[in-house]
Design a protein around this ligand. Structure first.
Ligand SMILES: O=C(O)CCC(=O)C(=O)O
Ligand SMILES: [Fe+2]
Length: 313
């Protein structure tokens, strides 16, 4: 396994005060965002809308959830593969995660909370809802910038209306001495976009196009904004999702969170403006959730690039 280095991913400031479309700082940030996504498939957003208080609250909520008995956690099921409870898998025994579907809606947050705590848990519900909404705003800023920069903003408005958000709350048990340290196998996300956040314990590594693994430094105000496979197809290959993995460093448990976007009930069509003689159309229109189903078939799991196998031209 190649060793990782403590090197740098692009870091981009998102301070909401000076980020209004049309301003100079908006277009400067937009240039940085698109360059980072094209070069790395991701970047570190420094985002001041998540306060230290919210950072602490969401991780205590997450710990409270993951401390529930397994027989409660397994009630978190979904018709979409890997959107519900996943844990104690033989390949990644340290990993355990739950998923809140439609996490930016009160209904989504309440349904999940009532399933886990039939007698209620108002604080958990409020915290996860607020966190998801604040991160969804970051996702929308980023996507607005990307689509503007490619001249396809009107198509993004369509996607936005059909975007659903999945919040995953994840724990990696600290490995015992002698136990394998792999927390999650190298993969690209099947989402459109992902935003990852971690508590103080390191472990997330992201692969650059040069094949170097970069270890991501945690900080309460840092978020990894990362493209998923669906974004690569939609941008006709301009933005490629980076491979990433989790390798546990010490013996301490590690907590992380991911907000993932998926396009529901809308066929994702590659904007015609993004294909020309120089860059012919690389992907047929596709249904995001059918693509996820395909990924979890034997053929999908075997394929080197599932989205290309699924709808590549
Ligand atoms: O735990 C992390 O930091 C990464 C999680 C991840 O890559 C995923 O859930 O897809
Ligand atoms: Fe991932």
């Amino acid at each position: 396994m190649a060793s990782s280095t403590q090197s740098n991913l692009p870091v981009i400031e998102f301070s909401m005060e000076n980020l209004n479309p049309g301003t100079n700082s908006w277009s400067l940030t937009r240039t940085d965002v698109v360059r980072a996504l094209e070069d790395y498939g991701c970047f570190i957003a420094v985002y001041d809308k998540v306060s230290l208080e919210l950072h602490n609250a969401i991780f205590s909520a997450s710990k409270e959830l993951l401390d529930l008995p397994t027989e409660t956690k397994v009630l978190n099921t979904s018709i979409t593969p890997s959107h519900g409870y996943v844990g104690k898998e033989p390949v990644v025994p340290l990993y355990e995660g739950l998923g809140i579907e439609n996490a930016t809606t009160l209904e989504g947050a309440q349904t999940f909370t009532n399933l886990m705590w039939p007698s209620g848990n108002e604080r958990f519900c409020e915290t996860t809802l607020l966190f998801s909404k604040v991160l969804a705003e970051l996702d929308q800023l980023v996507m607005r910038m990307v689509s503007q920069s490619y001249g396809v903003e009107k198509y993004y408005d369509l996607l936005l209306g059909s975007t659903s958000y999945l919040l995953r709350l994840i724990k990696y048990r600290g490995p015992q001495p002698g136990e394998k340290k792999l927390g999650i196998v190298p993969h690209t996300d099947k989402s459109f976009m992902s935003i990852l956040h971690q508590r103080q314990v390191k472990g997330l590594e992201i692969k650059t196009k040069d094949g170097e693994w970069i270890l991501v430094d945690p900080s309460p105000s840092s978020f990894v904004v990362m493209a998923g496979d669906a974004c690569m197809a939609w941008t006709n290959g301009r933005i490629e999702p980076p491979s990433h993995r989790v390798i546990m460093c010490g013996e301490e448990d590690r907590y992380s969170l991911g907000l993932f976007t998926f396009i529901r009930d809308l066929t994702i069509q590659i904007p015609e403006e993004l294909a020309d003689a120089e860059r012919p159309l690389q992907y047929e229109a596709f249904d995001h959730y059918k693509f996820i189903d395909f990924y979890y078939t034997d053929e999908g799991k075997r394929s080197k690039c599932a989205i290309k196998s699924y709808c590549g031209v």
